[in-house]
Design a protein around this ligand. Structure first.
Ligand code: 8YV
Length: 312
């Protein structure tokens, strides 16, 4: 009997990567089980590895007495209870690095889409508005100030791209980095005051929950733009809608939301907002690389080799 793995869902995990796992392991597909609890009770004693897509709360982990590895698909692990895993010495892996370019590309796309009105411009042409009048002037990128909240791998990939547009880079992190010469702010609020574009590429979870609230958004200001490609939880969505409605925040480009796939309907009517359905990493090449990294971590675990990308 091959080693048995439990996989929780397959919303993003490429089927070719699942097929590869199934050549070496017996994969129990939880999402396909009619009675999920019955499947868990039946297989739990045999499960040392769970493959998941950013989800493993403490009560779920507790169902597997012999669990040793949670191999998660996605860079964000805010849905995996790390404290519970650490308490039982369960290793956790994620898929960092391979999605930086895709997420950074989308970030730039959102920034240009908002500042140049690309989505409304498209509608303007399609609706025949251009036949009546020229499109209004929008705003420039060169020489403007961007503040990156969370200058990790993805934040750095965003910064490199912003530099190519002649945008000045500032950042706020828990700690100042010694390997960049971008301007560091120890205070998010002070950075928000000084920048035109606030870009969120930080981790989700309790430590960043709703840290971008009305106070921060009012500091970005009526001509400023908020871009969020991290987690919806980082932004107070009620404050966001209110600040945009009141014109206290100039615009927003959003790939992530508090209760996905539900998005506040008030945003649908706003021309200064560009919305995306959480597609930061959603390129075929990236998703194959993410899936492969999950497979490689699982293989490394069973081969008793060091895990490729353990969460620190
Ligand atoms: C995916 C993501 O939507 O990597 C992440 O943290 O948010 C995205 O890449 C998804 O989580 C993949 O499982």
């Amino acid at each position: 009997m091959p080693e048995q793995i439990l996989m929780t869902s397959q919303a993003f995990f490429r089927s070719e990567c699942l097929a590869e796992l199934e050549t070496r392991y017996k994969v129990h597909r939880l999402w396909e089980a009619g009675e999920q609890e019955a499947l868990i009770s039946e297989v739990a004693p045999h499960i040392r590895v769970v493959v998941t897509e950013g989800w493993a709360p403490a009560e779920f982990q507790a169902k597997f007495p012999n669990l040793e590895l949670i191999a998660s698909h996605g860079v964000g692990y805010d849905g995996v209870d790390l404290g519970a895993a650490q308490a039982r010495k369960i290793a956790v892996t994620n898929t960092p690095g391979v999605l930086d370019d895709a997420v950074a590309d989308l970030t730039i796309g959102l920034l240009i889409a908002v500042t140049r009105g690309i989505v409304v411009g498209d509608q303007y042409v399609r609706n025949g508005e251009w036949l009546k009048a020229n499109f209004p002037l929008m705003s420039h990128l060169r020489g403007r100030q961007a503040g990156i909240l969370g200058l990790g791998r993805i934040g750095l990939a965003i910064a490199q791209r912003l530099q190519a547009f002649g945008i000045e880079i500032n950042y706020h992190n828990r700690r100042e980095r010694s390997d960049v010469d971008y301007k560091y702010y120890s205070s998010l609020s002070m950075m928000a005051q000084d920048v035109d574009f606030l870009i969120l590429s930080c981790v989700g979870g309790e430590e960043t929950k709703k840290i971008v609230n009305r106070e921060i958004m009012e500091k970005i200001g009526p001509t400023g733009v908020l871009i969020n490609i991290s987690r919806g939880s980082v932004v107070d969505e009620g404050d966001l809608v209110a600040c945009l409605e009141e014109g206290k925040l100039g615009g927003a480009g959003l790939d992530v939301f508090t209760s996905e796939p539900h998005v506040p309907e008030a945003l649908f009517k706003m021309p200064q907002v560009v919305l995306q359905p959480h597609i930061g990493s959603a390129t075929l090449q990236t998703r194959i690389a993410m899936g492969q990294l999950v497979v490689d971590n699982v293989d490394a675990y069973y081969a008793k080799k060091p895990l490729l990308t353990p969460v620190a």
